[in-house]
Design a protein around this ligand. Structure first.
Ligand code: ZN
Length: 254
């Protein structure tokens, strides 16, 4: 029995069936689909591992067995349907839900002995056996990888609708800085310590911090949120991004 390494790059093809795959796994214990395979040698009963490549988390997300010898079909890529591509049918028997951060990280050189460029290259038997075992162990007790696929310098954390309303109510639907209310101005719920400043000075956005003697649950703690009109919000941004010095100032009346 041989083991083939299938490869998936989300930038090239969208795995629309992933939720279905998860459902199938839960309900019938496997998920069948065709996958492109460059080798002509796979036989029924050979093993496969599927590696997610490209941006974000990379690593093994599925293992299974080959159900068919390779066959030729239309290319999977959009606008390339007139071209042909070789496939095998695969029954995936273990999945790691990468959408939840489950993925078995691998080191291409050490774990495969090569950097996979195409889907369906054969793996060294000993390396394959070791990877299969690691993946099986991983799936039975997945360690969730860090979810962060967006550079942490730009990733932001949204404020929930409920929190927004609570802050607006607390602030009597009035801009904290100029004292105007709707409908004269449109109101926003804004961070006192901006996410960028928070990250720069205190690190993780969603962990608790004590700042100037005040404890915040996270960057979206109500005490770090304030009602602001668009004008003041913009003015704030162009000043320092940290308007706490404005607190307690009388309304500017603008
Ligand atoms: Zn204002």
């Amino acid at each position: 029995m041989k083991t083939y390494l299938l490869v998936w790059n989300p930038a090239k093809w969208t795995f629309k069936d992933w939720p279905q795959a998860l459902r199938d796994m839960e309900q019938i214990g496997f998920y069948v689909r065709e996958w492109s395979c460059i080798s002509k040698k796979p036989l029924e009963g050979d093993a496969v591992l599927l590696k997610k490549t490209g941006k974000g988390l990379t690593g093994i997300i599925a293992s299974g067995v080959v159900l068919s010898k390779p066959y030729v079909n239309h290319h999977w890529a959009k606008n390339q349907e007139t071209k042909q591509k070789q496939y095998v049918h695969v029954r995936f028997e273990r999945l790691a839900d990468y959408t939840k951060g489950e993925i078995l990280p691998v080191n291409d050189k050490a774990d495969f002995g090569f950097i996979p460029q195409a889907s369906g290259c054969v793996l060294d038997d000993a390396k394959a056996e070791s990877l299969m075992r690691r993946f099986r162990d991983y799936v039975s007790a997945p360690i969730i990888a860090a979810r962060d696929t967006v550079p942490s310098t730009v990733k932001r954390v949204g404020i929930s609708v409920r929190t927004r309303y609570e802050v607006l109510d607390r602030d009597a639907h009035t801009c904290h800085y100029c004292g105007r209310s709707a409908p004269v101005v449109s109101l926003h719920v804004d961070h006192i310590i901006s996410q960028a400043i928070w990250r720069q000075n205190y690190g993780e956005l969603m962990t608790s911090q004590t700042i100037d003697g005040k404890t915040y649950v996270n960057v979206n703690d109500r005490n770090n949120l304030i009602t602001s009109c668009a004008d003041c919000n913009l003015g704030k941004s162009s000043r320092t991004g940290h308007p706490s010095h404005l607190r307690g100032l009388p309304p500017s009346g603008r």
